[in-house]
Every structure is written in structure tokens, then in C-alpha cells.
Design a protein around this ligand. Structure first.
Ligand code: FES
Ligand code: FES
Length: 393
């Protein structure tokens, strides 16, 4: 069944009936014949397909065309008379910021976003913001030089950035948006959440039957009693989850806070709650949580079980994770890659627990919670997949 959509593409109204699974990049190239948008990885990694949707850089290869009803879409062809883009194009030429040009439409779009959004960006910040765009031939020095040069005296941008907190003007009835939580999954609703905290609607721990299960074991340098002391402190365990921050003290086992994920221009900040339960007799526990990213309208639900066991004179932690992601972000990557990313996350958690126990240098980094770098986890994921694929042949 096709869905009718209508949006602005480079200032012109476009109406079409599209298949629900048609990606925006394919629509732009095949139906609207605007081939300036390039398609590389088709899974949200390389940034070649980046276009503006309602003023926000967006991976068109993982965005459904049907979800863009009423949106204002601008591709690299839509900047012909834009003074800022003209300055960026000139600067790329002067600084040799391109060779084959495959990555260039995405690079130009991202450069435009960096310059209008972060007028005081230094080289390090430019590199960080560009981390979601890959170039296989030029290298990045010329591209960074080009952006740095335009930042010295940038002409006014015609397209203004949206506030990060504003939701895109997309169609909530279109496919790709998160399903509401099932009504029977509210047994852990906690009316005693801290004032101002996100509303607490926790999934049923037993509702993860069909979710992917990931397990990880890691030897810890401390004995089981010492390790239990750390693990049974809910605030310490949250501090070991990269990207997680608490919005207040943990009360009655309920933690409210935020978990941030970033991969180049893809940024999500899941606000939500988790319940932490402990079973001291078996030195085990369980964390069940759910969160929602308002900007991408995506939801994340997860359950992590952990248990400490003696291991020689030290101890070992066994972690088991189940999760569900819904909404537009769930289209990020193939399921196997998402699984590898979650696997990398489990390793990070185990390493952080061990670092806290052993007092190593990582402890200091833990005190400054950082967002989960999707890109770093993704590269590790791709490496892992390639290694396993090769070893089976
Ligand atoms: Fe969309 Fe690579 S083609 S990110
Ligand atoms: Fe060839 Fe970037 S210029 S991929």
C-alpha cells in the first residue's frame, strides 16, 4: 500500500505516492532525479547522503520518504544562490578538499551546518563534528582547512539551524515512528519519582523474551566482596554506563536520567528511568529501563542482568543485556551491526567497573560521563564482523 506525501524539495513542492519502505535518498535520486545526493554505505555510517530536513542534517539513506510529509528538504542542488555555500565550495576548491567528489555533497552539507551552528569552532571541534562523514581519497586536512577558512568571515546562512529540542515537522502517522508502549507493560510505574523527573513507565522485565540477548563475562581484579560493594551502589553502576547521567539521587531503586549516543551528526539523548534491583544472596542484580529521545522520536528499552562470581582470589562479572529500539533511529545499521555496537557497550561497562575497582586512569574519565561514541563502537563492530566472517571461510 502506498502513502501520499507532500514536501518541499529545494523550495519546490513535491507530491507523490510512495512505498512505505522507500528511503528518502532513493526518492530524491530516482523519483526527483536530484542525483547530487550520493549513496555510499546505505546504513547511516558514511554521511555521503546527508541532506537538510527541516534545517537539520539528516541521513537520507535511513530516513523514510513517507516520514517526511510537510518537511522542508534541501539537497546540495538547493544552495545555488546561497552565499555561505558558495564560500564553502570555493574554499573546498582552494584547499583541495575533494578528489573524486563522492563524499563531497555530504561534506558540504555538514560543513554548512558546522559553520552556521558553531561559529567559534576550532580545528579539533571541526574534526569532531566531521566524524560522521567519511572520505576515502582526499584525507581530512584539506576539508578541515576549508571549513576553518570560511569560519574566519562566514557570509550569512540562508538556512538557519533548528533548536536541538525542536521536533522535525514530520508526519507522526507515517511508518518509522515509535509504537506506543504496550498497555500491559506498566507494572513498574513508579509514582514516587523525583519532582521534575521524566515520567516513570518501566517495561515488564519479562517482556524481553523476543529481544536479542547479549552476554559478556569479564574478570575483575578485586575480590567478590569488594566488587559487590561497588556493584551494589546504584549510582556507581550508572556511572559505569558510558553516556549515562543521573538527574538526581537514586530513590527506592529508581534512577532518573539521560543516556546520550552520538555518531557524527546523529545525536540522541534518551531521557528516562530505570529500576535497579539487587539480590545480595546471589550477588546479582537487574536494571530495567526505558527512555525516549524527543528530537528523533525514538524509544529505547533495555534490561541488564548482572552477577558476580568468585574467580580464583578475585572475581568475575557476568553481564546479560536485552534491548529494544524503536522509531527512526532503529533504522540505523543492520541488526548484526546494532548487536555488535551493544556488545561493545557491554565491554565498556565491564571495563569501567574493573577500572573503578582497580583505581586505574580510566576512573578519572568515568567521573566525566561521556556520550557513547556510536562511530567508535561501529568501527569496532565492523572489525568484529569482518574478523568473524573471514574466520568462517
Ligand atoms: Fe547514508 Fe552512507 S549512504 S550514511
Ligand atoms: Fe573521494 Fe572524498 S573526495 S571520497
Amino acid at each position: 500500500m502506498q502513502t501520499n506525501v507532500e514536501f518541499l524539495l529545494n523550495g519546490k513542492k513535491v507530491s507523490a505516492a510512495v512505498e512505505p519502505r522507500l528511503h528518502l535518498a532513493d526518492f530524491i535520486r530516482e523519483e526527483a532525479l536530484a542525483s547530487g545526493t550520493h549513496i555510499g554505505c546505505e546504513q547511516g555510517v558514511c554521511g555521503a547522503c546527508t541532506v537538510f530536513v527541516d534545517g537539520r542534517p539528516t541521513r537520507s539513506c535511513i530516513t523514510l520518504a513517507a516520514a517526511c510529509n510537510s518537511a522542508d528538504i534541501r539537497t546540495v542542488e538547493g544552495f545555488d544562490t546561497d552565499p555561505l555555500m558558495e564560500a564553502i565550495r570555493d574554499s573546498f576548491k582552494r584547499h583541495h578538499g575533494l578528489q573524486c567528489g563522492f563524499c563531497t555533497p555530504g561534506m558540504l552539507t555538514t560543513a554548512y551546518d558546522i559553520i552556521r551552528r558553531i561559529p567559534n569552532a576550532d580545528r579539533q571541534r571541526i574534526r569532531k563534528e566531521l566524524s560522521g562523514n567519511l572520505c576515502r581519497c582526499t584525507g581530512y586536512a584539506g576539508i578541515v582547512d576549508a571549513i576553518e577558512d570560511v569560519l574566519k568571515a562566514p557570509p550569512a546562512a540562508v538556512i538557519q539551524p533548528l533548536e536541538r529540542t525542536e521536533a522535525p515537522k514530520t508526519n507522526p502517522d507515517a511508518p518509522g515512528f515509535p509504537e506506543p508502549l504496550p498497555s500491559d507493560s506498566k507494572p513498574d510505574a513508579a509514582p514516587d519519582a523525583a519532582p521534575g523527573a521524566a515520567s516513570v513507565t518501566l517495561p515488564d522485565p519479562d517482556s524481553f523474551g523476543s529481544a536479542a540477548v547479549l552476554t559478556k563475562s569479564m574478570d575483575l581484579s578485586a575480590g567478590i566482596e569488594e566488587a559487590w560493594q561497588l556493584v551494589s551502589d546504584p549510582e556507581a553502576i550508572v556511572a559505569c554506563i558510558p553516556g549515562a547521567t543521573l538527574s538526581g539521587p537514586v530513590k527506592d531503586g529508581i534512577a532518573n536520567g539521560t543516556c546520550s549516543v552520538s555518531a557524527g551528526p546523529i545525536k540522541a539523548s534518551f531521557k528516562g528511568s530505570a529500576r535497579i534491583r539487587y539480590v545480595p544472596e546471589t550477588k546479582s542484580g537487574q536494571l530495567v529501563g526505558s527512555g525516549r529521545d524527543g528530537f528523533s522520536r525514538s524509544g529505547l528499552e533495555g534490561r541488564m542482568d548482572f552477577q558476580l562470581v568468585p574467580h580464583g582470589r578475585a572475581s568475575r562479572i557476568n553481564l546479560e543485556m536485552r534491548y529494544r529500539l524503536n522509531g527512526p533511529l532503529s533504522q540505523f545499521g543492520r541488526p548484526a551491526l546494532v548487536e555488535e555496537i551493544a556488545n561493545g557497550l557491554l565491554s565498556d561497562i565491564a571495563q569501567r567497573i574493573d577500572a573503578r575497582l582497580s583505581g586505574s586512569a580510566l576512573v578519572k574519565q568515568q567521573d566525566q560521563p561521556t556520550s557513547i561514541s556510536g562511530l567508535r563502537l561501529l568501527f569496532n563492530a565492523i572489525k568484529g564482523l569482518v574478523r568473524r566472517t573471514l574466520s568462517t571461510h
